[in-house]
Design a protein. Sequence first.
Length: 149
Amino acid sequence: MRASGLSRWLVIGLVVAPVAQAQPPRVTEPAYLRAALVVKSFDHFAAACQRRRGFTSSEAARVHTWEHAHGVARIRARLPELEQYPEYKLQLDQGVATVAKLALARGARDCAAAISMTHAPHAQFAQVAPQLLALEPAAQNSQPGSATR
């Protein structure tokens, strides 16, 4: 009887463990916050780019590829959850402002800055933070670059 009870727990463990591992990280975890900083910084530059000239067709294709390959809509969809954590939201907003200031100080233009964000090693979420891809898919229309496609 003891062996079957142990077997039952092992089976439950094998079934439950992958589900638990597939849970998205909390929005206060460093992996999510780093990704959120990249996405919000990208969104900042992409919005400014749209106000000026918009992405070229090749830039829009690069953005589209990055957004889909790296689950950007999933990360973006969870940003409102940060409202529950004002100190993290404030730090994130300050981080975006710092990134924008540094880019401006270096003479980066908005469209070029947005595209360069998509190529940065830390923006390759599928490689550097694959757990972020475990998030539920978000609506595709929530992407700032979707108007250019």
